[in-house]
Design a protein around this ligand. Structure first.
Ligand code: GLY
Length: 407
């Protein structure tokens, strides 16, 4: 009898604990739902304001709060696709003819970059912009632009190194004309190549993307699945010369946005090829990030996981936005036991980005959404500022969140 009562007591306590927990979880989900909806409304205000400040033919890049000046670029800067891309995402979330028109105008100014063979950033520039435009409203003219962009990007492939060359200049050693740098960021340009093979039936693009990703797995990644920023190859032999950094704290460090680009890139690799080794790679990178002792409690990474002044180092909101968006997609590809964690941590990042510390109030921050991005700390450029790519991947993550929750 006593035993039965004891079990009954335990059952009642357990049931009440579960019932206490349930509403709390639902409450959190409801809160994030509300925050996502409110942020999309805020984005309409911000991007109308940003548009009003952006001169025709220019592309928003960053913002200096002290002088209230918007930094813009021409179409050749690697970030030029993010502004039209963000407008297209916002129009997708809530049809807005003005944003659509603004996006089309920006696309017009960007079009010529399809022939640009001096940069590896054509995926960022052309796929985030024309790729989204074509996905939403397919047009033969977009197909042509995207295919030309993929062809231009492919000219940078070096068959010896089995990699796409990133930059043309070699600031670390100008004398080494026979060397080529490949940066981890370059993983983000491969999606354009997959599109090109699907569209044209020419498998060359697909093969270049796979070669590039395989070489990156081999030479950019350390045993703990953190990534070097830059790998230098000998152009003639294809041999790896050295592994260094340009934007990180040290050659041996884990620059936060580099880890974000790699994670996102290998998620795309698995989506496009269904080769399990890329899923494994994406999960290993995600685990490196999420289990890192220097990942702060709010899960918004410091600009470098090995910055010397942690915990006083600046956080990089752009890295968090990219990681959150990648984790939300990864959660749809991984096995359920892992997927739940990726989704939960992606949503925690999102939840923390949508707080007043990171998210601008209406008509502040030059019109951008996110504050506190870190562009290039070693060069002291774009430090603690909004960044067009932070906003792009944030809005993408908001849309992914809504889709995952059937909203
Ligand atoms: N692709 C340059 C950067 O992430 O800053």
């Amino acid at each position: 009898m006593l035993k039965k009562r004891k079990y009954l007591f335990i059952l009642i306590v357990a049931a009440s604990l579960i019932s206490c927990k349930q509403p709390k979880q639902e409450e959190q989900a409801e809160n994030l739902d509300q925050k996502v909806a409110a942020t999309l409304k805020l984005a309409s205000i911000q991007y109308a304001y940003l548009g009003s400040r952006t001169p025709l033919g220019r592309f928003p890049k960053a913002y200096d709060e002290k002088t209230d000046s918007l930094e813009t670029s021409d179409s050749g800067w690697w970030c030029s696709g993010f502004y039209p891309g963000t407008l297209l995402y916002l129009n997708e979330a809530d049809p807005n003819p003005e944003f659509k028109q603004q996006a089309y105008t920006a696309l017009g100014s960007l079009e010529n970059e399809q022939f640009n063979k001096t940069t590896h950033d054509l995926g960022f520039m052309m796929f985030c912009s024309f790729g989204n435009a074509n996905r939403l409203e397919p047009k033969p003219s977009y197909d042509t632009i995207l295919l030309n962009s993929a062809k231009s990007l492919s000219t940078r492939y070096n068959a010896k190194a089995k990699s796409i060359q990133s930059w043309d200049s070699a600031p670390w050693n100008k004398a080494e004309a026979d060397q080529m740098p490949v940066i981890i960021d370059n993983m983000m340009n491969l999606e354009l190549l997959f599109w090109a093979t699907k569209f044209s039936g020419d498998s060359t693009f697909y093969k270049i993307a796979v070669d590039h990703a395989n070489t990156t797995m081999k030479n950019h990644y350390r045993d703990d699945f953190s990534s070097f920023h830059v790998v230098i190859y000998d152009k003639k032999s294809g041999a790896m010369v050295k592994q260094i950094t340009n934007q990180g704290a040290a050659d041996s460090s884990a620059w936060a946005r580099g880890q974000a680009w790699g994670l996102y890139g290998f998620v795309v690799m698995y989506r496009e090829t269904k080769d399990k080794k890329y899923l494994q790679q994406a999960e290993n990178i995600a685990d490196f990030i999420l289990n890192h002792p220097n990942l702060p409690e709010d899960k918004i990474p410091y600009w470098d996981f090995n910055a010397s002044n942690i915990p006083d180092a600046l956080h990089d909101s752009s890295a968090a936005a990219i990681i959150a968006s990648a984790l939300l997609e990864l959660s749809t590809l991984s096995e359920e036991n892992k997927a739940a964690r990726y989704r939960k941590d992606g949503e925690i990042m999102l939840d923390n980005l949508l707080t007043p510390f990171y998210l601008a109030s209406p008509k502040t921050n030059g019109g951008f959404l996110l504050m506190h991005g870190v562009g290039n700390m070693p060069k002291q450029t774009e430090v603690d500022t909004p960044l067009s790519y932070g906003d792009y991947y944030l809005v993408e993550a908001l849309l992914r969140y809504k889709k995952l929750h059937g909203r």
